[in-house]
Design a protein around this ligand. Structure first.
Ligand code: PPS
Length: 300
């Protein structure tokens, strides 16, 4: 899928529009029929997240767990977005996410999606596929998203931080409402047992423990050798300098504006939110999350 020629012209940044209850750009709706008709297989694993929750991190974990030992050449030759296709992506000059997923030679197929629970293609549920959902606290999530939208010209123009924060609260950023997304999957988990719900903050606090829990969900028992490989590969600094996972090969993203692997921390929101923004956010958050059993940590 990669096209790493340095001087590519891109169309103007896309606009958001309302689409089936969320905000999207045409890069995620152009191939809609094929996305909705995607034929999942029972052993497919769907990695679901709201954008900027740590999708790449958990994708790399799964990829290493399944193929790190058996197909080591993948690690140095195939970018993560080709190993774990982004299902709904239809971006100029890149292979369609659906085609990449359809043609994955591996088993299981690892597939990434940011679609909210009500838009996940039906076949994933029909086939009872395993779903790994990773959620991140809203404050760090919006900060990470803001910087991503600055550095990626395939994203809508983020504007200034204050207006971006307001739009995030209103669910007017790509993929809509963070609040609906995290709650939607949590609710689904109550009736769909093949869904493993993880938190970015837990991953930061104790990555190995979270990988152990993930492995019991997946029915995997990694060897000491495999665990050693994971420990090394998954360190933030190692992922940051690894071109196969840091998105530096995609010209649509400009790492000089802001790197994809930016900070990788819990609590960076404190460097962005003013006191007034924080108060307004908290008040609004309480209302939006009042019926939610979910508890997110904004510091650890
Ligand atoms: S995307 O574009 O939606 O797929 O982005 P996503 O991968 O979900 O999120 C990117 C953020 O995850 C951080 N990240 C990590 N944090 C800690 N440790 C590791 N190993 C790691 N890998 C990725 C990445 O730095 C982005 O967060 P911010 O806060 O912007 O640094």
């Amino acid at each position: 899928m990669s096209d790493n020629s340095t001087k590519l012209e891109f169309p103007p940044r896309p606009e958001l529009f309302d689409f089936k209850g969320i905000s999207l750009t045409h890069y995620f709706t152009d191939n809609w029929e094929n996305i909705q008709n995607f034929q999942a297989r029972p052993d497919d694993i769907l990695i679901s997240t709201f954008p900027k929750s740590g999708t790449t991190w958990v994708s790399y974990i799964l990829d290493l767990l399944y193929f790190g030992q058996s197909l080591p050449e993948r690690l140095t030759s195939i970018p993560i977005y080709d190993r774990v296709p982004f299902l709904e992506l239809a971006f100029p000059k890149l292979d369609l996410g659906v085609d990449l997923a359809d043609n994955l030679p591996t088993s299981p197929r690892l597939i990434k999606s940011h679609l909210p629970v009500h838009l996940v293609p039906k076949s994933f549920w029909d086939q009872n596929c395993k779903i790994v959902y990773l959620a991140r606290n809203a404050k760090d999530n919006v900060v990470s998203f803001f910087h991503f939208d600055r550095m990626n010209v395939g994203q809508p123009d983020p504007g200034d931080w204050n207006s971006y924060l307001k739009r995030f609260m209103e669910g007017k950023v790509l993929y809509g409402s963070w609040y609906d997304h995290v709650n939607g999957f949590w609710k689904k988990k109550q009736t769909y047992s093949n869904l493993h719900y993880m938190f970015y903050e837990d991953m930061i606090q104790d990555t190995e423990l979270e990988i152990d829990k993930l492995c019991s969900f997946l029915g995997l028992s990694p060897s000491d050798e495999e665990k050693k490989l994971l420990r090394h590969e998954l360190k933030f600094d190692n992922m940051k300098k690894n071109d196969m996972v840091n998105y530096s090969l995609l010209p649509v993203m400009d790492g000089k504006v802001s790197p994809f692997m930016r900070k990788g921390k819990v609590g960076d929101w404190k460097n962005h939110f003013t006191v007034a923004q924080n108060e307004e956010f908290d008040e609004d958050y309480k209302k939006k999350m009042k019926d939610s059993p979910l508890h997110f940590r904004t510091t650890i």
